[in-house]
Design a protein around this ligand. Structure first.
Ligand SMILES: *Cc1c(COP(=O)(O)O)cnc(C)c1O
Length: 387
């Protein structure tokens, strides 16, 4: 049975993005693909095995629950890192399966130690350092205490990495704050060196940091949004392209969107001048109009704030949304298109012919981040891999 909408994931696009990112960071740093938020809306169950086919062998998630989903979806052994919430009851399982996790509170380190003693398996931890974001991370005193505890329990606590997260590398307005975070991080790493701590990998960069501050690449990069073919912000894209241009390099956008969100036309009507279309009076036909309905509304992620504002693609052309987006439907104006029929394909995010609709074009209109638009695409939309 086919639902009213479907998401296609392009293998070619993902391969191309991963190739680009590898070229950007050079051959040695590891790449961790961030698949939190249901793989940024792409669907963990479809995306993870696809990414593995394309060579990915390290994944990052937010919670132990997401780690469980990745483990189930995974087609082969991979490294898995939890960057946020760990259910205390999941600790034993995480140690048994070798899943690593961030430590930003001493209590978590103590709990990990108990679990390691109980299960006889070492805890693989990443020490997350507070460097200025003031969200999660060990400050200097907590780090010292953590290092002491680790030093006394080396057989149970294995430090796989030391890391931090930047407070907005995607905007140049945060430049000084990011620079400061980088130097705090480096200073703490020097302290760890002097204390003789073997801390494995240093990793700090998300997509924007890796592209805008190459010195943050270090031993591993946690790539999220760019792997899926979206820029963190429009600014990141322009900054990247301008830099290439200055270097005399072609300024073609290197990212390719992995996702296409599609539906099809359900019904078509002709309306006469002066008619209102849909609920209320927000859209009045200025002339004769052909209005098509699509079975996608805000329950499937098409924001209601796109009413009378957004577009979809039909026959490779833009068709404006007419009237209010409903819970399960939207109406689009196809007057300008020839021979539109029921069943014709509609693209809501992605490319059709020579046109494309990016998430950022509609997130700009709705005032939401492209991250948020992606992640809100419901899990019940079926995902399928295409070439
Ligand atoms: C989400 C997240 C990332 C990835 O961010 P992108 O901007 O999507 O690349 C990296 N690190 C941490 C800690 C994150 O939470």
């Amino acid at each position: 049975m086919q639902g009213p909408a479907r998401i296609e994931l392009s293998r070619k696009a993902l391969k191309s993005n991963l190739r680009f990112l590898r070229k950007e960071i050079g051959p040695s740093p590891r790449i961790s693909l961030v698949v939190k938020g249901n793989a940024y809306g792409h669907g963990i169950e479809s995306f993870v095995p696809l990414a593995q086919e394309c060579g990915a062998d390290h994944f990052s998630v937010f919670s132990s629950e997401e780690a469980g989903r990745v483990t189930k979806a995974s087609a082969r052994p991979c490294d898995l890192m939890v960057m946020g919430y760990v259910d205390p009851e999941a600790l034993d399982w995480m140690l048994a399966t070798g899943i690593s996790f961030y430590v930003f509170e001493l209590d978590r380190l103590r709990a990990a130690l108990c679990s390691a003693r109980r299960t006889g398996r070492p805890a693989r931890v990443h020490l997350q350092l507070e460097t200025g974001m003031n969200r999660l991370g060990l400050d200097a005193d907590q780090l010292r205490a953590a290092v002491e505890l680790i030093g006394r329990n080396r057989e149970h606590l294995s430090v796989e990495g030391v890391c931090t997260h930047f407070a907005g590398a995607e905007s140049v307005s945060n430049y000084l704050r990011i620079r400061n975070q980088i130097s705090v991080f480096e200073e703490r790493c020097r302290w760890l060196d002097e204390a003789g701590v073997d801390y494995g990998m240093r990793h700090t960069a998300c997509s924007a940091a890796a592209l805008a501050y190459p010195e943050t690449i270090m031993d591993m990069v946690r790539f999220g949004i760019v792997a899926y073919g979206f820029w963190p912000t429009r600014e990141t894209r322009i900054r990247y392209l301008l830099e290439k241009e200055r270097g005399g390099r072609p300024h073609k956008d290197p990212l390719r969107r992995v996702m296409t969100l599609k539906s099809s036309i359900m019904s078509i009507k002709n309306v006469v001048p002066g008619d209102f279309v849909g609920y209320g009076i927000s859209y009045q036909a200025a002339g004769e109009r052909r209005i098509a309905s699509i079975p996608v509304g805000y329950s499937l992620g098409l924001a209601r704030s796109l009413s009378n504002l957004g577009h979809v693609l039909v026959h490779g052309c833009r068709a404006p949304i007419a009237g209010l987006v409903n819970m399960s439907m939207a109406l689009v104006d196809v007057t300008h298109l020839k021979d539109v029929n029921i069943g014709d394909e509609v693209v809501i995010i992605g490319r059709q012919g020579r046109s494309s609709i990016s998430v950022s074009s509609f997130s700009d209109m709705t005032g939401r981040l492209n991250y948020e638009v992606l992640v809100r695409l419901p899990e019940r939309i079926p995902r399928a891999v295409v070439e």
